[in-house]
Write a protein that binds this ligand. Structure first.
Ligand code: MCN
Ligand code: CUN
Length: 791
């Protein structure tokens, strides 16, 4: 076997991922790999009903089963004041149901036993007497008069309403609409989907009664945020709680929130005095842990006859499930949805969002979403195509006509976002050149003559990532500044400690590359430590593609601080003034005399030696920083999807997919491309295959990966990627985040392509997922439409 040499650039550039050496050898250490001495196993009894009163729970038979160590119910938790926990969206969530169950598969009891099998057997022995209640399985029903009240635990609550929230200038928007030549409206559903990482959620909790220290290994994207929540809930100081997020097998947003399982592992460990592991199976993960979207949107677009878009007006009904557990640390109840004007220069825009409770699993947002930008981009990109349909204009031409122009940056949108930088027409032009757009349109027309239906779909997106500026962000009162610590050892090797936590994005490589770029130390000589609150500085974790925008900036700054210290040490070594030194990656040399130089490794050794340093300069070579981002970064991209649709079977074949992404300066282009590949596959999954469906009794219809489909290589074409580079002006290395870009941008391209193919049938819109049966129905003029209450 030949092993390809792993190129190690001294900074930015393509380089194999450092972490892969352990992953491909099976040496990863995931939560389920953790075995502690005497460890017990916990499992949940879950509700078969979506809405039912709990009359009684009898745990005696389960408790009597040999090997069972504890059976915990909501009543047990009530005595500890732990039956309810706070969510990240200022709501409460039942840890175990006490009064009633509010969604199917809600957690009702927790058995702790010697092993997983005994725990599962014991669940069968618990007897629960339920009294079924009428179910609200649909967002519209939730607001109907007389609808059963789901959250009657909240004092005085008489309906299922969570919030009403508006953004933009409604008066001005209405005025622009009234004066416009063309107005089109469409009802667009972004269905409920699920992030579905390979690794489900789990935790191992270990409470040490002697020291009073609680250690929790858990599948979390945000170890410090979780620790703060545990500290607040338990009334323990943070240093008595250690949250370790070991290797994580994908998160995609689903591992931001805190789930009852984490809390029960902790309670189980406190009650039994032993470490307790809880690990979900796939069915539990799909039905009870997180979900995304469920946005029922109505968009209206106002324009001139020749296609100049004037305004957008949007109404949304947002289904949040039984508890508002949205992993959405923003100051706005609808997250960043009000970025919905997308990449276009409009005069006015306004939105109204109403959030409701339903008898479905709680959560919301998470799934490479940038806190609702996914829904916002999908809506505006669908509306542009609807307008193109009505105006009989080419959708690429309509976009070109309305994109924000490069000279307009920094650009303030009608709803108050300040986009930092961009050249949108350039990205769209590049995508069109790559796909040979005019030639494709000619091919499409020619095919149609032969009765073949091909479609070309375009989407253009602007993302806002890097949570974030204090004016936008808030998680339980905490701001979004993240720390970084860098220590260069005497031998010139370094360790970087970060608050963010990778779930597969390659942080151990890219963050080492940032230090390498700044200090000229090889990335192979830089260890990135993360995912352990005892070993890393405070910060709020990885989501909203914030690691590069926030901790990437912190890393560059902390490395520059070290470099400044190195300059002083070098000046003492070379006996010149620091101002007489010049930096060249990896060394300082005397201006005009490059032979008089000291490498960073020599400087590191000297910094730890008996070298006399100037007054007030401490030795060693290390630094810390806290980075508080002044703004989000705004990556963008132009995507074009080409499909062939068989109207007789409804089968869609994605033939080509061109993705031009601009995430500013790329640290590791190979990793960026990998992020984009993954997101594009997500887009195909959501556009064509995925739906978290429920029947009217609230029964889950997609509880396994046989029903809830994940795209495979068979559904994905060979991706064709392009790039433009517009650095972020406020980021120290000009980088913008990219982790969610393709998931945000791609569904609209796929849907627009399918609907473009169906245009000859007069189809203007059909909702995701465009499964064969839904496409077939659309061709027959009977598209499945969600019956929306809003107007
Ligand atoms: N990167 C780069 N140059 C840039 C931007 C990013 O080289 N200009 C690199 C980064 O340094 C990092 C990766 O690309 O190694 C992604 O960076 P970033 O955009 O900062 O996103 P985060 O690291 O904060 O990751 C979070 C983001 C989110 S929110 C979801 S959801 C998602 C995603 O990443 N979940 C993922 N991508 C995922 N990829 C994997 N494999 N697994 C997940 O769970
Ligand atoms: Cu929205 S999913 Mo990612 O922010 O963890």
């Amino acid at each position: 076997m030949t092993v390809t040499e792993n190129p190690t650039p001294m900074g930015f550039g393509r380089m194999h991922r450092k972490e892969d050496a352990r992953f491909v050898r099976g040496k990863g250490n995931y939560v389920d790999d953790i075995q502690l001495p005497g460890m017990l196993h916990g499992s949940f009894l879950r509700s078969p009903y979506a809405h039912a009163k709990i009359v009684s729970i009898d745990t005696s038979a389960a408790e009597a089963l040999p090997g069972v160590k504890a059976v915990i119910t909501g009543k047990t938790l009530e005595t500890l004041n732990l039956a309810w926990m706070p969510t990240l969206s200022y709501d409460t969530q039942a840890v175990l149901a006490t009064d009633k169950v509010r969604f199917q598969n809600q957690e009702v009891a927790f058995v702790v036993a010697e092993n997983h099998y005994i725990a599962r057997d014991a669940l069968e022995l618990i007897e629960v007497d339920y009294e079924p209640l009428p179910v609200v399985a649909d967002a519209k029903q939730a607001l109907a008069p007389g609808a059963p009240v789901i959250r009657d635990d909240k004092e005085g609550k008489t309906d299922n309403h969570i919030f009403d929230w508006s953004a933009g200038d409604a008066e001005k928007t209405d005025r622009v609409f009234a004066e416009s030549e063309v107005v089109v409206a469409e009802e667009v559903l972004y269905p409920r989907v699920h992030p579905s990482p390979l690794e489900t959620c789990g935790a191992v909790a270990d409470f040490d009664k002697v020291t009073g220290k609680l250690t929790i290994y858990s599948t979390t994207q945000a170890p410090h945020a979780h620790r703060t929540v545990y500290a607040l809930v338990a009334g323990l100081p943070e240093h008595k709680i250690r949250v370790i997020s070991p290797d994580i097998g994908g998160g995609f947003g689903g591992k931001v929130g805190i789930y009852p399982g984490y809390v029960l592992a902790i309670v189980g460990s406190i009650v039994t005095g032993k470490p307790v592991k809880w690990m979900e199976d796939r069915n539990e993960h799909l039905t009870a842990t997180a979900f995304a979207r469920d946005y029922h949107m109505r968009g209206e677009i106002a324009a001139t006859k020749d296609g100049k878009i004037k305004a957008l007006r949007v109404k949304v009904l947002a289904d949040h499930g039984a508890f508002n557990g949205t992993a959405q640390p923003t100051k706005f109840p609808a997250g960043f949805f009000h970025i919905f004007t997308g990449s276009y220069d409009l005069e006015a825009a306004s939105c109204d969002v109403t959030g409701v409770y339903t008898n479905k699993a709680p959560g919301g947002v998470a799934y490479a979403c940038s806190f609702r930008i996914t829904e916002a981009v999908y809506l505006v990109e669908r509306m542009i195509d609807v307008l193109a349909f009505e105006l009989k204009m080419d959708p690429a031409e309509l976009r070109m006509k309305n994109l924000i122009k490069p000279e307009q940056f920094p650009y303030t949108t009608p709803t108050g976002w300040e986009y930092d930088s961009g050249d949108y027409p350039k990205a769209l032009k590049l995508a069109m050149d790559m796909v040979e757009y005019d030639k494709l349109r000619a091919e499409q027309a020619e095919k149609l003559q032969r009765g073949e239906y091909m479609g070309i779909g375009i989407s253009f997106f602007t993302e806002g990532v890097g949570a974030g500026p204090r004016k936008h962000m808030d998680i339980l009162g905490l701001g979004m500044a993240d720390g970084a610590e860098l220590r260069v050892h005497p031998t010139g090797k370094a360790v970087l400690r970060l608050s963010v936590q990778t779930q597969g994005q390659g942080h151990e490589t890219t963050f080492a590359q940032i230090v390498a770029e700044e200090l000229g130390i090889s990335p192979d000589d830089i260890e990135v430590v993360h995912g352990d609150t005892d070993q890393t500085p405070f910060g709020l974790g990885t989501y909203g593609s914030r690691s590069t925008p926030v901790s990437g900036a912190a890393t560059a700054i902390v490395a520059r601080k070290v470099r400044d210290r190195a300059r002083i040490v070098a000046s003492a070594m070379l006996e010149v003034s620091p101002d007489d030194l010049e930096w060249e990656k990896g060394k300082f040399f005397v201006k005009g005399d490059p032979d008089q130089a000291k490498t960073i490794q020599e400087i590191a050794m000297a910094a730890h030696s008996s070298l006399e340093l100037p007054e007030g300069v401490e030795g060693h070579l290390d630094a810390t920083t806290v980075y508080n981002p002044p703004n989000l970064t705004y990556p963008f991209g132009a995507y074009i999807c080409v499909v062939d649709v068989d109207p007789a079977t409804g089968q869609v074949k994605v033939r080509r997919f061109i993705a031009v992404d601009d995430c500013g300066v790329r640290i590791n282009p190979m990793i960026v491309e990998g992020q984009v590949h993954g997101g594009l596959a997500d887009g195909i999954g959501m556009a064509l295959m995925q739906l978290m469906a429920f029947d009217e009794d609230g029964n889950h219809l997609g509880a396994s990966l046989m029903d809830y489909l994940l795209p495979t290589s068979l559904e994905c074409p060979s991706w064709e990627l392009g790039e433009t580079v517009t650095p972020s002006p406020h980021h120290p290395i000009g980088a913008k985040g990219v982790g969610e870009s393709a998931t945000v941008g791609s569904p609209a391209a796929v849907v627009n392509a399918v609907l473009d193919a169906l245009k000859p049938f007069g189809v203007r819109h059909a909702d995701m997922p465009l499964t064969p049966s839904n496409v077939w129905r659309a061709v027959q003029g009977r598209p499945i439409r969600t019956d929306l209450a809003i107007s």
